[in-house]
Unconditional design. Sequence first.
Length: 764
Amino acid sequence: MAMVAGLVQVVVTATTGDILEDIEFSRAYTDKEGQLLQVFLTSDHKYRIYRPLSDFPPDFVEALLLQEDRYFYSHHGVNPVALFRAFWETYVIKSRRIGASTITMQTARLKYGIYTKSIVGKLRQIFSALYLELCFSKQEILEAYVNLAPCGGNIEGFETGSWFYFGKEVQNLGLTESLMLCVLPQNPTKRAPSPTNTPRELLEARQRLFQAWVEYHPQDQDKAVYMDMRISTICQMPNQARHFTEMLNIQLAQEEPRQPIRTTLNSTIQQQCQELFHSYLSQHGSLGVNNGAFLLVDWKEMEVVANLGSADYYNDAIQGQVNATTSKRSPGSTLKPFIYALALEQGLIHYRTMLKDTPVTFNEYAPDNYGSVFKGPVQAWYALADSRNIPAVALNRDLKQRDLYDFLIEAGITGLKEREHYGLSLVLGTGDVTMMELASLYGILANNGIYKDIHSIYTAKKSPGRPLLSAESAFIVKKMLEANVPPYQNRPQEVADIPIGYKTGTSIGFKDSWSVGIFDRYILCVWIGNFDGHGNNAFLGRRMAAPLMFNMAYSLLSNIPKNQQTSYERPQNVKNIDVCSVSGGLPNPHCPQTEYAWFIPGISPITTCKIHRQVYIDTRTGYRTNQRDKDYVATIVREFWPSDLQQLFALAGLPRLVPPDYPPEEYHLDYLKQGYPPEIISPLTGSDYLFRSSDTSRNTILLCATADADTTEILWFSGVNFIGRSKPGESIEWKPQPGTYQITATDTKGRSSTLQVTILEFVE
């Protein structure tokens, strides 16, 4: 019965078994070209890199069989002649201790962990070898041996030994190196070399194998001079892209890959970027810059090309083992481009739409700019390039179909809290993202609105992606980012005509300095900061992260031949139109200067310029008049700015000339609707206000609006009920009862704006 069970086991193992089934191999990662990056220890603290026998050079296999088992293909696991000779020499005449292990016997010892220095152990080894021969082919046994052979210390397998001693794969070994590896397993403890020492026993063993080799290959006799020379070894495993490969370990935690994993990393570009990165940090060390990270992605394939998770993985002082690539950080203003993309496709703006950068409060949220500086009227492209906070927050407030929060959820950003937690502040970076997530967001812009997953492991099959933005809005935002002035102008001549679109970001408290760029086929994310959250006033995105990003970008672009450069095409539904260079509207006959603007027909808003207007002045009185064909009437063109922008110009020391009004006794409505209607600042449209029943003294809403330059008063109505009057930019108090109201602000020219507000009562 036992014999039958044994035969069944042999049959099952022979048909379905894997000789290396119970052997754990190291997780090993290579770059895109197969160069080994990193090897991790197995759970039993060994380095074992699997390599199929078919990948070993025939010369190496031939030398190995010469050394270990010349009759490997002739016996059935045991060489009786060698066994008898070994037994006679060792136990009968006791002249010397010699072995008689075949490669099959050595494989059995390594696979089953057999102690073979006793007769019982040797017998177990023999029977195990016979079992292996019954179950597996010679090729399978030999493949197991080349992957398990001891090569000194915790190095097992010839592929592992090749990388450890020579820093290259076994296929690239020379004859002297191959022979050295082949003789190591017989006595790895005594024969293993070091960078400073080549054991004499190793040289002698290699010399003996070489003599056997030249018997079959006399053409190699001229290499005899090298056999006594000291062997140059590095004796260390490759240690590149540690954060990157650890990240992959986490991603592949449920898998047990046997062969080295081919990643998308480019070792040449990785080294190039690392050198620039470390040089930059050393130059700015006096400013407290001692840590940072970068991520380079090929946006066409969405593959990681280069990555560094911290300045020094082994530096505990900077918590170097933390990986900035996968750590959640505040992105600062780097999310603003997606506000503008959403606003473009929802028809709120075009490339040069005039936006207001003025002090404003959104309910109880009052965003500010860096240095509390407001620029007044700014075109959309400039508002984004110069990272103005007020326009971005205002645009996100006005988005209807979906806002930034919705977009981030659709893009798969993880860890976001409920929408109410952020409010409008999400625009300024209060929602944390990882560098990998940030790169994937910019990949949407680069790929004309299509979201694609980032790949770190090479695969020939790529997902088609899914649209998250229109191609038109993505294109125009890229143009906006390309208009962002570089942090310095010393651009290499060979890359002068290659556009680089970029955005910077600085988190609250100067804890994170960001710069993200799109150029040629790359997306480059750079982060400067500290993992302990310590802020530094030097950590400004434009001043600290952007110069490093441009250093890397220029270096990468300089190495791309002209005929290999990548560009993106303009979508068919994007047009270039002329607009007033001041207002961003269609030029009227009085606009002194025009500029081009990217425009989406049928979607982008477009109105005729309201800033430049022709008026008639009675030179006798200085008042405005509607009379024209009089000798005392002068025709002039003036700029009509809303009241809040006029105030900002005045604060900046650049007051605008206010157009003259009509005589006090005259009242003229603006039947042509040339000017701007009042813009209600408070209350906020669609907002609910809560009144407390226990403290009615505080149940007040402030009414405030800006107005066109040609009006000096605003009339407030609730429905048809008159509330009061105010000057533009000034507030009046309104104390309504709970309910829903239509609030209208009307100026003296008959222009008006209306919004709805709801007041709820809170009963305590």
